[in-house]
Write a protein that binds this ligand. Structure first.
Ligand code: ADP
Ligand code: MG
Length: 415
C-alpha cells in the first residue's frame, strides 16, 4: 500500500488542489511539505516538514485533513484513516481522528460515566429546547467561562440528560486533557459528604458545573439553602414540551437512520399526536413499531399497523381531550372572567392579556392551525400571531408571567 500511495501521490495532490480549489501559495506552504511516512493497519501517516511546527500542524489539520483524507481514499479506492505528525513524532492532540485516539476517546467517555450516543448532533432543536441547547453549546465550547453553573430544568423525558451528556461528550472530544464527571447528586453528596464546599471549590477554580433537574433550584429537595443560592447564581434554562413540529422532527430523524424498513409518515404523525409531553415515550413507541415490524420482514409501518401495535399504550378513553374551548374555560376561570368576555370584542388590558395567554396555550397544547385558534377566540390570524409572540416574550422577561403560565399549564394538563 505504501508503494501504491507513493506512486499515486502526485496525482492525489493534483486532484486535491483542483477539487478543493487550493491557492498556489497555500499549496506550496502547507501541502508540498507533506511526506508519506507509513501506511499501517489502514492508517496513513504523513510528516509535515513545513513552517511553524505545532501551529502549522494544527492549521493543516483543521483546514485540510479531511479533504486530504477524501482525496487519498478516493484515488486508492480504500477506506483509510489519516494522521499528520511532525518530524519529531509530535501530533496535534487537539484533534481525535485516528483509530487509536477514537478508541481512547471512547474510553474517556466511559470513564466519565457518559454514553457517546447523546451528542449535540443527535439532538433535535425545536422552539421548546432552543434556549437550553444554545446555552449548553456555549458552555461546551468554553467550559467555566460563560454560564457557571448552568442549571437545566424541565419535565421528565424532555432531553435534559441528553444535553448534559452532549456537553460532556463535546468537551472530551475537543480536549483530551479535560476531566468530565457525570454523576447523580445523591451519590455525589454521599461520596463527598459536603457538596457545598466542593461546589465552591470547583466554582472558584472556574470548573464548569452543569446541573439538571425536573425542578427549579428552590424546589429541589435534600439540598441545602445555601447550595440552592449558589445554583441560582448561574444561569437557569428550561426545556418545555416539544411542539408537534419538533416531535415529528425527532421521529423523522430516527426514521432516517433506519434501513430496510419502510415507515409511512402517517404512522409517525399518529405517534406525534399521541405522545406530546415526553420524548422518551415518543421514542419508546417508535422503537416498539420498528421492533415489531422487523419480526415480520416486508412489513410497512403505516397508520393501521401503528394503531394496532400501540393499542395498549394509547388508550382512547384515557386520552386527554385538550381543545381551545377547554383552555378558554380554564383561563377564564383563573382570571375570574367569563368565556364570553374572552371571545368578545373588548380590548381592555384585563381581558386582552388573558386572551393572549389563551392563544399561547392553544398553540402549546393543541395542533390546531392559527386560523382555528383565531376562530375559537373570535379574532384574526394576525391577532393570534401577535398575541402568542407577546406572551412568549413576557415569559422570557417577566417571572410573574412565567409563573402564571406554568400554573395554567398545570391546570390544563395536570398529568
Ligand atoms: P430527561 O433527562 O429530561 O428526563 P432524557 O435526556 O433522558 O430526558 O431524554 C429522553 C430520551 O429522549 C433520550 O433517549 C433522548 O435522547 C431523547 N430526546 C429528548 N429530547 C430529544 C431531542 N430534542 N432530540 C433527540 N432526542 C431527544
Ligand atoms: Mg434525565
Amino acid at each position: 500500500m505504501f508503494e501504491v500511495l507513493s506512486e499515486k501521490w502526485p496525482e492525489i495532490l493534483d486532484f486535491f488542489k483542483s477539487e478543493y480549489d487550493v491557492s498556489d501559495v497555500s499549496f506550496k506552504t502547507w501541502i508540498l511539505p507533506l511526506e508519506i511516512k507509513s501506511v499501517e493497519d489502514g492508517l496513513v501517516t504523513l510528516v509535515f516538514t513545513g513552517p511553524s511546527e505545532s501551529q502549522g500542524l494544527k492549521y493543516i489539520n483543521k483546514k485540510y485533513l479531511s479533504f486530504l483524507k477524501v482525496s487519498i481514499c478516493e484515488s486508492l479506492d480504500e477506506d483509510l484513516d489519516l494522521q499528520i505528525i511532525l518530524p519529531n513524532g509530535e501530533m496535534d492532540n487537539s484533534i481525535a481522528t485516528t483509530n487509536e485516539s477514537k478508541a481512547q476517546l471512547l474510553d474517556r467517555i466511559k470513564d466519565s460515566n457518559l454514553s457517546e450516543k447523546f451528542t449535540f448532533d443527535s439532538f433535535v432543536v425545536g422552539s421548546n429546547n432552543n434556549a437550553a441547547q444554545v446555552t449548553a453549546l456555549a458552555v461546551a465550547e468554553s467550559p467555566g467561562e460563560t454560564y457557571n453553573p448552568l442549571y437545566i430544568y424541565g419535565g421528565v423525558g424532555l432531553g435534559k440528560t441528553h444535553l448534559l451528556q452532549a456537553i460532556g461528550n463535546f468537551v472530551l472530544e475537543q480536549n483530551p486533557e479535560a476531566t468530565v464527571l457525570y454523576t447523580y447528586s445523591e451519590s455525589f453528596v454521599n461520596e463527598v459528604i459536603d457538596l457545598f464546599n466542593i461546589f465552591n471549590d470547583l466554582h472558584m477554580k472556574h470548573k464548569q458545573i452543569v446541573i439538571t433537574s425536573d425542578k427549579i433550584p428552590k424546589d429541589m429537595e435534600g439540598i441545602s439553602e445555601r447550595l440552592i443560592n449558589r445554583f441560582e447564581m448561574g444561569l437557569t434554562v428550561d426545556i418545555q414540551n416539544p411542539d408537534y413540529e419538533t416531535r415529528m422532527a425527532i421521529l423523522l430523524n430516527k426514521a432516517k437512520q433506519e434501513s430496510g424498513i419502510e415507515i409511512d409518515n402517517s404512522a409517525l404523525d399518529y405517534i406525534a399526536n399521541n405522545f406530546i409531553s415526553n420524548v422518551r415515550e415518543l421514542e419508546g413507541s417508535y422503537n416498539k413499531l420498528v421492533a415489531y415490524a422487523k419480526m415480520k420482514p416486508g412489513t410497512v409501518i403505516d397508520l393501521d399497523f401503528a394503531k394496532d401495535i400501540l393499542k395498549d399504550m394509547i388508550d382512547p378513553d384515557n386520552k386527554k381531550n385538550i381543545t381551545c374551548e377547554s383552555i378558554i374555560e380554564i383561563v377564564a376561570e383563573h382570571f375570574d372572567l367569563s368565556t364570553k368576555d374572552l371571545i368578545s370584542d373588548k380590548r381592555s388590558a384585563d381581558i386582552a392579556w388573558p386572551r393572549q395567554i389563551c392563544m399561547y396555550l392553544c398553540r402549546y397544547f393543541t395542533d390546531d392551525k392559527l386560523e382555528t385558534i383565531a376562530k375559537a377566540l373570535n379574532k384574526t390570524h394576525g391577532n393570534v400571531i401577535y398575541g402568542i409572540d407577546k406572551v412568549k416574550k413576557e415569559i422570557e422577561t417577566d417571572p410573574n408571567t412565567r409563573a402564571t403560565v406554568e400554573v395554567l399549564k398545570k391546570k390544563v394538563d395536570p398529568e
